[in-house]
Design a binder for this molecule. Sequence first.
Ligand code: SF4
Ligand code: SF4
Length: 298
Amino acid sequence: MAEGLIFDIKRYAIHDGPGIRTTVFFKGCPLSCWWCHNPEGQSFSPELMVWPDRCLKCRTCISACPNSAISISNSSIVTERGKCEVCGVCTAKCSANAREIVGKIVSAEEVMAEVEKDREFYGESGGLTASGGEPLAQPVFLHVLLNRCKETGIHTTVDTSGYMERKTLAKISSKVDLFLYDLKMMDPKKHKLHTGVSNKPIIENLKMLDKLGKQIIIRFPLIPSVNSTKANISTMCELVSGLRNIRRISVLPYRQLGVDKAKRLGKGVRIFAKPSDRMLDQSLRLIKSYGFAVNVGG
Ligand code: SF4
Ligand code: SF4
């Protein structure tokens, strides 16, 4: 029985590929992008999330924690992450829903049961989207899910950073109808600095998928002071110009969506400015000048 670690299943999703979709969020990613809007998708383990604004200061969690990881300091409930073993005891005791374990192991059957509930809404174009985190980082589980979808006529989309071993990606790609493929930045050193990994395999894998004839939508997260320069966008467009199966480029303006979530996970967080309307407009015009269809959002 194939099992995987996920942190959410979103039904009736309309920004994760064509039509109405069921999006499965895989937990764990080999990248650690500074601007990540799903920081709960980075770790390959379940994590404790805490909402201080919901806390009633009843102190129930303090006495419940078997590891003495929770205390009160300056009238605030404090969790010592180094002591926390993510056992979930405090989450079960908290009546204010101020504590939650993010991430659970599920079977392919459980996921497909959720997907089947949405089948009647898919119509001609909808289906399952595997997102994350990085779905390709759990290749066996992903392959089983995609296989089940193809056996039952469900359209499949994989939303990916493209960072994975070439052979495995080639094998999985036979079950994928559409890739949503991130291109974050073209300079290899900057890419490594901002994401923790080289962009070389990402670019090589993109070329391979294109050669295999896979349908691809490029996703470009636009982040001021990180990847918004004319040089970066032009280099990306030149790369994509040499490919044959790119449907369009989707520009995703940075929106600070991950900031609060990172704080709830007790993680450090970097905050960037949102792109101005002028910056977004200039970026769209530059991409269009290469002859690409372009849109804003998913
Ligand atoms: S149990 Fe919940 S509401 Fe009570 S102190 Fe702990 S976090 Fe706050
Ligand atoms: S998840 Fe378990 S170890 Fe962590 S703070 Fe809650 S009760 Fe303590």
